[in-house]
Design a protein. Sequence first.
Length: 173
Amino acid sequence: MENDILALLFYCVPAAITGAVAYYFFKEHVSNEDKRRDYLIKKDLQKEALPLRLQAYERISLFLERIKPSQLLLRVSPNSNDKADYETLLIANIEQEFEHNLSQQIYVTDKCWNITATAKNATIQMIRKATMSDNVDSADKVREVILTELMDKRSPSDAALSFIKEEVTSMWS
């Protein structure tokens, strides 16, 4: 009887060890296959998403160029000589451009989108500041004050465009 139990152990122990090793290898194989499948799916998604992301960066760059005060003032001429009307027209133009590009935020980083929104708000503030000045009494004077201010410093759009260029460049490295 003791020999029978010992013989049974000699048969069962190697079978249990072989079963445990087979289970471990099978588990590892399934795990590796899952990782490989996830990697291939991500790779395919990135291949499809990259053109959309680049297009979003292009559209945001175009938005920033269009709201750059020097470009905006050339493109949007005053309807009347009233400075408040011109201020409203410029700000409405900026807001319309921004709303047209709102969907691009899902393709760019949060930091990039925040910098873009900050550039928009800083441009609006620049326009409001120029309009509030006491020596500004007409729409043409608003244009002159804004353009003069831009001679001394960079526009908010320029800083945001620099960031976008760096971010797109970092996608390749």
